[in-house]
Design a protein around this ligand. Structure first.
Ligand SMILES: [Zn+2]
Length: 133
């Protein structure tokens, strides 16, 4: 009868420190340590990325909300001042897409965008096909 090779080694969970005997592919001393290690790893992943992910998403959503609200006040494209946008909490640094056209550079936050005109004027536009591009 063939037996699995068992060796003695240290548990891989960083806060455990137990040594244990088990199959050579086993790296934790117990289910509890395996679960704790997994939980810590997930916590770390959430910590590393989404701190700024979620902040950027928040800025983009706020930009989108402002553009949409201004746009919906009229049926068509609308011209506002960049002061109005800034005062509304708009952040010009964050966009989801940049379109370079013969009329100028359109910057979008999802399906709403803007084009800087002369004298601090801003043209707000909607692009319903944004998702298709
Ligand atoms: Zn352990």
């Amino acid at each position: 009868m063939q037996q699995l090779r068992e060796t003695r080694r240290l548990c891989s969970y960083q806060y455990c420190g137990n040594s244990f005997q088990g199959r050579s592919d086993k790296i934790f001393c117990s289910d509890q340590c395996r679960n704790r290690a997994r939980r810590d790893q997930l916590k770390e992943e959430r910590w590393n990325a989404p701190m700024f992910y979620s902040k950027i998403v928040e800025i983009l959503q706020n930009n989108h909300k402002i553009l949409k609200a201004l746009y919906e006040e009229k049926d068509n494209s609308i011209i506002v001042t960049n002061f109005l946008l800034r005062d509304s909490g708009f952040n010009f640094e964050f966009t989801t897409r940049v379109l370079n056209t013969s009329k100028g550079i359109y910057r979008f936050c999802f399906d709403y965008g803007w084009l800087e005109l002369e004298n601090g004027k801003i043209l707000i536009v909607e692009n319903k096909k944004m998702i298709l591009i």
